[in-house]
Design a protein around this ligand. Sequence first.
Ligand code: S3P
Length: 175
Amino acid sequence: MRIFLIGFMGCGKSSLGKRLSRKINFDFIDLDILVEEKAQKKIERIIKEDGEQTFREIERQALLSLSEFDNVVIAAGGGAPCFYDNMHTILSMGISVYLKMNPLSLAKRLEDSKHFRPLLKNKSGQELVDHIRTMLIEREKYYLQANCVIKGENAKPDHIIRLVFGESEKFFVNK
Ligand code: S3P
């Protein structure tokens, strides 16, 4: 089984994904890290030196390579579901959960984050909120195809466990 966490940059996919994977004894894969390993460079450099199109192609290949893994929780980069046929690929490879968060919460979390996001172009304040709102209008049509949608604010591993395994497979959980 593969569990994909999808959603906008800053919605908490990686931190929730790591905690979830520990709780259910799955491995954790961060798609961004897989991309960087494949390209042998940081995403920031790929986008700057080779362009976003090249980054999206590597991201697509990295996504397809996940078919080699089983019993994994995957944090997909924020744009991953929105390019090529990637959302269809995600749906065919596993169970997907969209961590939905409003633009204001996302902007606050992104401003507090130490992680540099090249596509946000150093925006802050109201400009960042507006930028996120515009990007979300374009992206939510992909995110909302996920098998489950949960509120990203205060999302806990147990919420996802209940959605994915229901009551019957609690034995997966490390107590
Ligand atoms: C991107 C999100 C980033 C990373 C890249 C592009 C996007 O991942 O893949 O900077 O297009 O939303 P996170 O969502 O993990 O920040």
